[in-house]
Design a protein around this ligand. Structure first.
Ligand code: SF4
Length: 474
């Protein structure tokens, strides 16, 4: 908070693609939510000053507005903007809109501070609500897109400590940069953008990279002087991947388990390699879909058989439901494969089961395909460790570590969140990209998705090499 206020241009405050996609979805949901409490007056945001926004809100209230969007209040140096303020017969309802399927404790302080500012401004708030997306909603019936959850009691409870909390935070802001120890609060309930300033740099052997180590425990270890995995006491208890990671870093060598070859033999050829790219629109677009449902709109399949390696890329076009065409193309691409390999395959399996449920006439074929999918990740995780994994078994870490010269640095798209954002733009807002932009987007998306499957083909081959070398050396 101190850095956010005192270094507003800090590079850490530029949202990551992942965060930006969350913000974009939040804005869409916020706008759509207004339609469910309609006929309101929108108070403008920046560049209007906070004072002007509060003044306009006051004027709207005095003029008897029934609903106000982005209703702004300034009280005791605290500024809040209420997503929707609704006047009812006996007072006001404060509505905080969330673009999530569930709400929890972490959302209550947001409501409580708004309640504080509204009451300081003299409003009689009779109810506080969190309005969030409804997981029971199914397109095309969007009448129940939102749930309005009454959190008045919980907000009132949190309100009791609000004056003291506000005073404390204001005094911190007015002072020098406070000294705060690192800990679990750096990632829970939200990841802090300034982690790099406070935590030790992420070295390959850094204690924070220890597989599955929780942040709070890592902070304690660092405070005790243990910043590297190699500094762990010899009796430190670790199992599975973490134990292999420790052993690998202490010895400086990769670990290849003697059972790797057997693990690979479960993948009966002919093989196909599959990767989906999905979107998860907060407002569903196609029949039967719930808000935020993940929908595959692109895939890459590599087949490896007696005819050699061949890529079968597929990418949806336009805003129409792509699932039937995607399913047909997918079934055709994987038709000759006995085993279809994916990385973190539960994701692909789940999407295919959902496709089967949505497309009854193709369900049998899709479920058969789903039964042929196998996961490469457990094989990597349980039978190998390379110091460059950095405690992670994501393909983006494993691939460059095991397959020379193959990574993601040369790609324009860096991650799945950026791909999903571009996919949504391509499908639903292609006009904003223009013809050239559309062609470019299709090209970078095809390269990005294809890298995962091509990488998986190379990784699978490399694992066989390692197993063979291990066998030869045994
Ligand atoms: S990384 Fe942790 S200690 Fe540092 S500013 Fe963020 S929350 Fe505070």
């Amino acid at each position: 908070m101190w850095w956010e206020q005192h270094e507003r241009d800090a590079p850490e405050l530029v949202p990551t693609p992942f965060l930006q996609s969350i913000f974009d979805h939040g804005n869409v949901v916020g706008e759509v939510a207004r339609g469910y409490v309609p006929h309101g007056l929108l108070i403008g945001g920046p560049p209007l000053s906070l004072e002007d926004r509060a003044q306009r809100t006051r004027e709207a209230i005095d003029a008897g507005a029934r609903v106000i969007y982005e209703a702004a209040f300034l009280a005791d140096g605290v500024f809040v903007a209420v997503d929707i303020l609704e006047r009812v017969s006996d007072g006001y309802v404060l509505i905080e809109v969330k673009s999530t399927l569930d709400v929890g404790d972490k959302h209550i302080p947001d409501v409580a501070v708004q309640l504080y500012a509204l009451e300081r401004a003299g409003l009689n708030v009779v109810r506080a609500e969190l309005m969030h997306l409804n997981r029971e909603c199914r397109y095309p019936d969007l009448t129940n897109l939102f749930v309005r959850e009454d959190v008045t009691e919980r907000a009132r409870e949190a309100l009791q400590s609000m004056p003291a909390q506000i005073a404390r935070l204001q005094s911190i802001l007015a002072g020098e940069l406070p000294t705060v120890a690192i800990g679990g609060h750096c990632s829970t309930p939200y990841a802090c953008a300034f982690e790099r300033r406070c935590w030790p740099a992420k070295e390959a052997d850094g204690i924070t990279t220890l597989h599955n180590l929780r942040k709070a425990k890592a902070a304690k270890m660092i405070a005790a002087g243990c910043v590297s995995i190699t500094q762990l006491p010899s009796d430190y208890r670790a199992t599975g991947p973490a134990a292999r990671q420790i052993e690998s870093l202490r010895s400086g060598h990769s670990i290849i388990d003697a059972r790797l070859g057997n693990a690979l033999r479960q993948f009966t050829p002919p093989l196909a390699f599959l990767d989906f790219e999905t979107i998860a629109p907060p407002i569903p677009r196609w029949p039967g879909l719930a808000p935020m449902a993940k929908v595959p709109v692109q895939f890459s399949v590599y087949t490896v058989d007696e005819n050699g390696e061949r890529e079968h890329p597929w990418l949806a076009e336009g805003a129409l439901d792509p699932r039937p065409a995607l399913a047909d193309a997918l079934l055709t691409a994987c038709a000759g494969a006995q085993t279809v390999l994916a990385y973190q395959a539960e994701f692909e399996k789940s999407r295919i089961k959902e496709l089967a449920a949505a497309l009854p006439d193709r369900a049998a074929a899709l479920l058969d395909l789903e039964s042929r999918i196998a996961d490469v990740l457990p094989v990597v995780r349980d039978f190998t460790y390379h110091p460059a994994y950095g405690g992670s078994f994501s393909l983006k870490k494993v691939l460059p570590a095991l397959v020379d010269g193959l990574g993601y640095d040369d790609l324009e798209l860096a991650d799945g969140a950026s791909a999903a954002t571009l996919l949504e733009k391509l499908l639903f807002d292609s006009a904003s990209l223009g013809a050239e932009g559309v062609a470019h987007a299709r090209s970078v998306l095809t390269k990005y998705c294809g890298r995962d499957t091509y990488g998986l083909v190379r990784l699978h081959a490399r694992l066989w090499e390692l197993a063979a070398a291990q066998g030869a050396g045994a």
